[in-house]
Design a protein around this ligand. Structure first.
Ligand SMILES: *Cc1c(COP(=O)(O)O)cnc(C)c1O
Length: 227
């Protein structure tokens, strides 16, 4: 049985230690507990342990959990989003981490206009240039941000990436550094960009040391997923 409470305490300590290496602290880092595949009871345990942000990668599952927890937590969509699912995330989602293509942005803009709402989103980069991964290539970021800037319903709040799978978290530092450089560069033109979402269970300390301020942590909070 996974002890979610002590997992969360341990993660908070490690996040704080990594943040302090860069002159920051725990409160400067948003911990998103990735609750995909876990049940509502586990989410409740994490909430009791002080987690306020939860990440889901499937809309269906998000809607189910949202039904239970409503607005008592902040919901993050972190997985690839199909255009026909956009209408389900207009009202209850705090941050979309996976804005990765123009056609999706256009659908979000259209649906938000209809709904009279707007949305906060991060642009997802395919920083490791992996054919199997979604996200835009860095050389297309400038143009994508320009295209997004006329979509008034979409607030671009920063960048997100999932670097390649590696044996050693340190191997991802060059990718984290690239992301940090892009983030700093485009933040000058787009001051709304405040979040750099990178770092998962196996590499969140390296990510924070390289400048991440949002980490998405599943396994280390809830234990290994069965699927
Ligand atoms: C599943 C997932 C995570 C969490 O992964 P862990 O290794 O379990 O921490 C983070 N980000 C995204 C986009 C995910 O799909």
């Amino acid at each position: 049985m996974t002890d979610i409470y002590s997992n969360v305490q341990m993660i908070k300590e490690r996040v704080d230690a990594s943040a302090k290496k860069t002159g920051r602290e725990l409160s400067d880092i948003t911990i998103v507990a990735v609750s995909k595949t876990v049940g509502a009871d586990a989410v409740a345990h994490a909430q009791e342990a002080g987690i306020r942000n939860f990440g889901e990668n499937r809309v269906q599952e998000y809607l189910k959990k949202r039904e239970v927890f409503k607005d008592t937590v902040n919901w993050h969509i972190i997985g690839p989003l199909q255009r026909n699912k956009v209408k389900y995330i207009l009202d209850g989602v705090c941050l979309l981490h996976s804005l990765d293509r123009l056609s999706l942005a256009q659908e979000i803009q259209t649906q938000c206009e209809k709904n009279g709402t707007d949305i906060s989103a991060l642009v997802q980069l395919n920083i490791g240039r992996e054919p199997t991964k979604s996200g835009i290539y860095e050389e297309n970021l400038e143009r994508f941000l320009e295209e997004l800037s006329v979509m008034r319903r979409i607030r671009v709040c920063g960048l997100m990436a999932i670097p390649p799978m590696v044996q050693d978290a340190d191997d991802n530092r060059p990718y984290f550094q690239k992301m940090r450089t892009l983030f700093e560069k485009f933040r000058e033109a787009y001051p709304c960009m405040t979040y750099l979402s990178m770092g998962m269970s196996d590499d969140f300390e390296a990510a924070i040391e390289e400048g991440s301020n949002v980490v998405r942590i599943g396994t280390a909070v809830f234990g290994a997923r069965s699927n």
